[in-house]
Design a protein around this ligand. Structure first.
Ligand code: SF4
Length: 111
């Protein structure tokens, strides 16, 4: 290995380390801000016209006569909640948080 090649490799390694160090806090802030957004969203009320239209309830067992057995927000493909949070976003109700134990007629099984 020549001196010049060694210097180029070292420069590349340092550049990669600096970029990685700079990117880590940004990635953390992205994850954190999406969690904060979910927590700050207003909760969908059962009497909200959109909720009524899709038969949404906070407790899926209230709709045992309508839903597939075991279906709830936690196992719905449209649910955006993370971790063990009780409330999370839902693609069917943009800007509102639904209960992880809830259900509505737009439920789609996770694949
Ligand atoms: S679409 Fe899925 S996640 Fe959203 S309220 Fe209905 S069952 Fe819950």
């Amino acid at each position: 290995m020549t001196d010049k090649t060694f210097q180029n490799d070292r420069r590349r390694l340092l550049r990669g380390a600096l970029l990685g160090a700079a990117a880590a806090p940004l990635a953390y802030m992205g994850v954190r801000s999406s969690n904060v957004l979910a927590q700050d969203m207003p909760r969908l009320e059962e009497d909200d016209p959109q909720a009524v239209a899709l038969n949404y309830v906070h407790d899926a067992t209230d709709k045992d006569d309508m839903r597939e057995s075991g279906a709830n927000c936690a196992n719905c493909r449209l649910y955006l909640g993370e971790g063990d949070a009780e409330w999370g976003g839902c693609t069917a109700f943009p800007g509102k948080a639904v209960n992880v134990n809830g259900w509505c007629s737009a439920w789609v099984a996770t694949s």
